[in-house]
Design a protein around this ligand. Sequence first.
Ligand code: ADP
Ligand code: MG
Length: 204
Amino acid sequence: MDAALQKQLIEAVANTVIAHAEELTTLDQAIGDGDHGLNMKRGFEAVLSDIDGLSAKPLPDALKAIGTQLVMKVGGASGPLYGTFFMTLGKTLPPDPTAEDVARAFELALEATRARGKSEAGQKTLLDVLTPVLDELRQGDGNSGADLPARLKARALAAAETTVPMKAVRGRASFLGDRSIGHMDPGARSSSLMIAAACDVLEG
Ligand code: ADP
Ligand code: MG
């Protein structure tokens, strides 16, 4: 992947997280401890502080470095989970991935994240966005050609909405039991924002 596109992707993902920090915090105030926005903002500010270094690295190395930063800087439950996701993507993606490589790496990253969280889709977490996005990725470019980014983005944003009626069974929100119902999961929202931002760049 060329360094300019890689830079655009990293900046877009980081900037969207930072721009939505307050929204993520509000979501986490409803069913958690209200730190998700700040946690994520801190992590992606650290990523942006080394944007030139990260853009110059081969894509797999950049992803591993981002994962390491997220583990170190985000904290909470989501830091190790997102860190695992990005590090596994970095370990499994080739430097110039095809759509199929991306689907395979995404699948392995999702598996590693599930193992780390001892969780699965349907429990009102970020997995409820990443899992349907993998589904969409597996369907590939298909007949519909270049509209894959648009479909991934729509799927991710809609998937975050599906967490509203779910009852949390993992993470801090699970302490609320039935009272977690009726709120969007903060991690699902942050995942959907990151995927949407990356897709906007790929579409453009
Ligand atoms: P904390 O819950 O420690 O305060 P954050 O607020 O940063 O951490 O992140 C909360 C988000 O992390 C949740 O909204 C959920 O999406 C995700 N999460 C928490 N625990 C798990 C888990 N075991 N598996 C998957 N995702 C989880
Ligand atoms: Mg929290």
